[in-house]
Design a binder for this molecule. Structure first.
Ligand SMILES: Cc1cc2nc3c(=O)[nH]c(=O)nc-3n(C[C@H](O)[C@H](O)[C@H](O)COP(=O)(O)O)c2cc1C
Ligand SMILES: O=C(O)C(=O)c1ccccc1
Length: 431
């Protein structure tokens, strides 16, 4: 989509617009970006996005791990015409970057996933649709033309729902199914707990479910709970009003039918299957010809078992530190997984990518490509589609510059010997 050298032109553009007195729409510095989003977003919304499990030591560790590696550039290598493209599952991508699946994007912006889909399509960066999206995969796909998109699956208790999601993803033109394995239960998140965010979040991020024929059918029967009435307290009334407003079918009719509440209850009881085991992957394998990628792999042994069970690749990730407090930094887990996989399949990476130099380090440690998470959500909160596009462009521009300044003309040249361990342990690190 974008030609080579885009990053360099972009940097020139940034300076030129700076000279002309024009400022970027969203802060370029990741720390300032996060702080600007905090000021703009409601406190529950921001806490949900920024927050993590327990003491948030995993979030800090994700960043500290990047600081423990330093880049050792090579010079005089002729870096004109740099090519940052990579081939992934039969498609050549201009950059080794994707947008991570992020649920509940309506907390950041009214247009939510659709704004992200438009920005991603404009840049040719694949967008991984979340199972917990605020807009349906069909709406997002329609906003993307033929640009690349993938689908992330939370494996439901219901086999039929899993089948339906996968079939819908295929018809929407998704090219890869990503199965997230680290969130079979939601982590312990003190920020959300202390703010009492549950009623705020209830009923959000369930668009893929409420638009699904299998899910809707399951609401009709007695088990759907549509006939149950909650006790009416001010807080249930507020939650119900919010829910009814967010669901198609008119406020009053919705409230009378009890359907929104039933949908939430059904969602909570079916979105995830804690009994899932390796053997279950065969079910998915039999139902799709798309490549299947397992997200949330940290142990090298699990990477090996994943390939034995027919996975087409893995994503090394700790869910941005949102699931297990005290977990290994995703970047520290990367080399072990890369070694175990031994080039047999792509190894993607996320958790802690904040700028282009981070992309470079992850690639030097063996990642095939990386996923950007929270930063694009902050761009979305600040300026919708344009904000997302700017955040992504900034990461790409910095990556392109880092490549060139480190003496690399292609992604294949980003090798392990261009990194050295930091001589001193990291002091504070940027968020
Ligand atoms: C608000 C929020 C919601 C998320 N929702 C999902 C999701 O629905 N599915 C999923 O696989 N990962 C989800 N993730 C995890 C991201 O895909 C990714 O692993 C994580 O954001 C990477 O960490 P980073 O943002 O610190 O770089 C979510 C992350 C955040 C911050
Ligand atoms: O918050 C998350 O990180 C996430 O992945 C999720 C999981 C289930 C429901 C909503 C979000």
């Amino acid at each position: 989509m974008r030609e080579r050298g885009f990053g360099v032109r972009r940097q020139t553009e940034v300076y030129t617009s700076g000279l002309a007195g024009r400022l970027p729409t969203v802060p370029v510095d990741p720390g300032r970006l996060e702080r600007a989003a905090r000021r703009k977003m409601g406190r529950r919304a921001f806490a949900y996005v920024v927050g993590g499990a327990g003491s948030e030591s995993t979030i800090r560790e994700n960043r500290a791990a990047f600081e423990r590696w330093r880049i050792v550039p090579r010079v005089l290598r002729g870096v004109v015409g740099r090519d940052a493209s990579v081939e992934l599952f039969g498609r050549r991508l201009s950059y080794p970057l994707l947008l991570a699946p992020v649920g509940v994007l309506e907390v950041a912006h009214r247009e939510a996933d659709v704004a992200v889909a438009r920005a991603a399509a404009r840049l040719g960066v694949p967008f991984i649709f979340s199972s917990q999206a605020s807009k349906t995969m069909e709406e997002c796909a329609a906003a993307m033309g033929s640009a690349p998109r993938w689908f992330q699956l939370y494996w439901s208790e219901s086999d039929e729902l899993v089948e339906s999601f996968v079939a819908r993803a295929e018809s929407c033109g998704c090219e890869v199914i990503v199965v997230t394995l680290d969130t079979i239960m939601l982590g312990w998140r003190p920020r959300d707990l202390d703010l009492g965010s549950l009623p705020f979040l209830r009923g959000m991020g369930i668009a893929q479910y409420t638009s699904d024929p299998v899910f809707r059918r399951s609401l009709a029967g007695p088990a759907g709970g549509a006939s149950e009435r909650p006790p009416v307290t001010p807080s249930t009334l507020r939650a119900l009003l919010g829910l009814a407003r967010r669901h198609p079918g008119g406020l009053l009719r919705n409230l009378r039918s009890g359907e929104p509440l039933a949908a939430v209850r059904r969602f909570v009881s079916t979105y995830s299957r804690t009994s899932l085991r390796w053997e279950d992957l065969a079910f998915l394998r039999e139902r799709t010809r798309l490549p299947v990628l397992l997200k949330g792999i940290l142990h090298p042994e699990d990477a090996r078992i994943a390939l034995e069970h027919g996975a087409d690749g893995v994503i090394v990730s700790n869910h941005g530190g949102r699931q297990v407090d005290g977990e290994i930094a995703a970047l520290d887990a990367l080399p072990g997984v890369v070694e175990e996989v031994g080039g047999r399949a792509p190894v993607l990476f996320d958790s802690g990518i904040r700028g282009g130099a981070d992309v470079f380090k992850a690639l030097a440690l063996g990642a095939t490509a990386v996923c950007l998470g929270r930063p694009y959500v902050y761009g979305l909160a600040l300026a919708g589609e344009r904000g997302v596009a700017e955040v992504v462009e900034n990461v790409l521009a910095e990556f392109d510059l880092t490549m060139g300044l480190a003496g690399c003309r292609s992604v294949a040249e980003i090798s392990r010997d261009l990194l050295a361990p930091a001589a001193t342990p990291p002091r504070g690190s940027r968020p």
